[in-house]
Each structure stands twice: as structure tokens, then as C-alpha cells.
Design a protein around this ligand. Structure first.
Ligand SMILES: NC(=O)c1ccc[n+]([C@@H]2O[C@H](COP(=O)([O-])OP(=O)(O)OC[C@H]3O[C@@H](n4cnc5c(N)ncnc54)[C@H](OP(=O)(O)O)[C@@H]3O)[C@@H](O)[C@H]2O)c1
Length: 301
């Protein structure tokens, strides 16, 4: 199948490109800098320009039968007014432009768009959340709702659409684990805030496999939590990471310190969601790394 992919030069994108090629798909990337992206991706991958906020000509999809959408401004920055606007607009306007192009192209039958477990909001404590739960009310929950609503518009053109609510994707090359590793390696890691907030994590290989699974099962429509089946509290996560690294992890970063350093964005670290991948599991998806300790041992070997 010819698959068009946005966000191909980010953290998850290059590994997903590789996974799609290994599965025999043809890959066409939609990126801000085509030349730079193609230089770093395997031979045979094609590309066209895609900028959130600008219309995307339907020809840019190059006759793709499926689209996977990863692009969006990173959230790990101080959320001042401009950053919030970029985080929201890159997703809402970007998804709108992409869906308009898909509707115009007439070749696309399958759409897999990412979202995040932030959809559920950060006030649930240890409550177990599945795809049936309602959205939260904070900034990220609002962004996820608008982002998903734009993606689901693709169904108006008969395009079968799945929304992947991603958990914290783990790999030492990027994302949360990359940020956590230096202090934990120095023995200065530990729980953040109360440590009771849940971390709904997923090994990067399982994240790639889940996106491919959704791509290749067009009968699966609507929201899917893409998280491991065993989320842990922040304190348990810190303890497990310390154990795997063979380093102490008894430090405690108080919530007010995180808030002073990160502002409103601190909610991502201080609040959390205990999310289960109910629909993925019921659909027959198998996780290679359902538990954190073996996942971290493999990632950090
Ligand atoms: N990583 C995680 O733990 C995690 C957790 C939950 C949800 N997600 C979501 O999953 C998706 C993929 O994650 P990721 O970690 O691979 O993302 P990423 O590396 O932060 O970014 C993916 C791509 O977004 C594009 N992008 C960045 N800023 C942009 C802007 N201002 N306007 C338009 N495009 C912009 C870039 O595309 P170009 O190739 O065009 O430069 C980049 O390659 C993202 O939407 C993310 O929000 C990730």
C-alpha cells in the first residue's frame, strides 16, 4: 500500500518509516523540509511539502491509499501564549489541511491520526481510563478533542479513520526517557511531586507496531489508546528505571520546583492518566513489551 506520512522526521517518524518499508509498503512523506527529510530516510521514500496552516494540494498525497498523521509542535516547552498557539494550531489547522487534501485526492481509503492520552485530562488519579471515558477540561485535553474532531471529518468522504491516543513513548533517543536518563544515570533520579500520578507508557517498537496494526485493519475505526497494558505510578516508574540502571532513585523533586521550572506545562509531569489499551487488546493486538522492567532492560541494554 502507498502510505503518506506526516511528522516523518520527528522522534517516532523515522522508525515508523522503517517499519512500513519492512512490511512492504511504499512511503511518501509530508514534511516541512523535504530535501532534509529525504536525505535522512531510506532510498525509495518520496516526499512533498506540508506546513500546518497552509492548504495542502491534493496532488501532494501522490495517490496514497492511506495516510498516517504524526505532525505537531512538541509540547515539552514552557507554555507561553505563543507556544500554546503553536501546539494547538499545528495540530488543528494541520489536520484540517490534511483532511481537506485527502477528501480532494479521492485515493485515500484509510487514515490513522495520532492524538494523546492527555485527551482524558490530568485529574483522574488512579482511576482506570479506557476509550469509553469522557475528555478532560484542561489545555491538552482541549487540544486533543479539537485535533481528533478534525481527523474524524475524514469519515465524511468515506475514509475509514482511527485515532491513536498515544501514551508516553519510550526510547533513549528521544521523548521522556531521553530527558530522564541523565539525572537517573547520575543517581539523582526519583519521583516527581506525589509520585502517585500514573504514567501510561509504551515501548517505541510497540507504538510503531500498533500504528501499523491500525493501518492494516481498516475495520478498526474511532479512538484507540496506544499504551502498554500495565501503566505504573510515577514513583514505581522511577524505582524501576533506577533498578534497571543499577542506580539509586530515592531523590524527590517537589511539585512546586517543577511548577517553577516548567510553568503550566508542569501538569504533564505532575498529573497523569492510568490508561488501558482496551480496544487494541480486544482487537487482537499483541504487545512485545507489556511490562516496564523488560521494556527498559531492552531499551537500555
Ligand atoms: N513522543 C511521545 O511520547 C508522544 C506522546 C503522546 C502523543 N504523541 C504525539 O504523537 C505524534 C508523534 O510524536 P513524536 O514524538 O514523533 O513527535 P515530534 O518528534 O515532537 O514531532 C513530529 C513532527 O511534528 C512536526 N512539527 C513539529 N513542530 C511543528 C509545527 N510547529 N508545525 C507543524 N509541524 C510541526 C515535525 O514534522 P516535520 O517532519 O515536518 O519537521 C516533526 O517531525 C505527535 O503528534 C505527538 O504529539 C507523542
Amino acid at each position: 500500500m502507498k502510505v503518506a506520512l506526516t511528522g516523518a522526521s520527528g522522534f517516532l517518524g523515522p522508525r515508523l518509516v522503517q517499519g512500513l518499508l519492512e512490511a512492504g509498503h511504499t512511503v511518501h512523506v509530508l514534511v516541512r523540509n523535504v530535501e532534509q527529510a529525504l536525505e535522512r530516510l531510506p532510498k525509495g521514500v518520496t516526499g512533498a511539502a506540508f506546513r500546518a496552516g497552509e492548504p495542502l494540494p491534493p496532488e501532494s498525497l501522490a495517490g496514497a491509499q492511506a495516510v498516517i498523521h504524526l505532525a505537531g509542535e512538541p509540547i515539552n516547552q514552557r507554555w507561553n501564549h505563543d507556544a500554546k498557539r503553536r501546539i494547538r494550531d499545528s495540530r488543528v489547522q494541520g489536520t484540517r489541511a490534511l483532511v481537506d487534501a485527502m477528501q480532494g485526492a479521492g485515493t485515500v481509503q484509510r487514515f490513522v491520526s495520532t492524538s494523546a492520552v492527555g485527551y482524558y485530562g490530568g485529574t483522574h488519579g488512579a482511576e482506570v481510563l479506557t476509550e469509553e471515558n469522557s475528555p478532560g477540561k484542561d489545555f491538552l485535553a482541549g487540544v486533543c478533542q479539537e485535533w481528533e474532531a478534525e481527523a474524524l471529518r475524514a469519515r465524511e468522504a468515506g475514509i475509514r479513520t482511527a485515532v491513536a491516543r498515544m501514551g508516553v513513548i519510550l526510547h533513549p533517543e528521544g521523548g521522556a526517557l531521553h530527558t530522564m536518563l541523565p539525572p537517573f544515570r547520575m543517581g539523582a533520579g526519583g519521583r516527581i511531586g506525589s509520585g502517585k500520578q500514573y504514567v501510561s507508557w509504551i515501548h517505541r517498537e510497540d507504538a510503531v507496531a500498533a500504528l501499523r496494526f491500525l493501518l492494516e485493519h481498516p475495520e478498526l475505526e474511532g479512538p484507540f489508546n496506544v499504551t502498554s497494558p500495565e501503566p505504573l505510578s510515577n514513583a514505581e516508574f522511577a524505582h524501576t528505571l533506577g533498578t534497571v540502571l543499577g542506580r539509586p532513585s530515592v531523590m524527590h523533586i517537589p511539585g512546586f520546583v517543577v511548577k517553577a521550572a516548567m510553568g503550566e506545562m508542569a501538569m504533564v509531569a505532575l498529573e497523569g492518566q492510568r490508561v488501558l489499551p482496551k480496544r487494541l487488546t480486544e482487537s487482537g493486538f499483541t504487545f512485545h513489551f507489556p511490562q516496564l522492567e523488560p521494556a527498559l532492560r531492552q531499551l537500555l541494554a
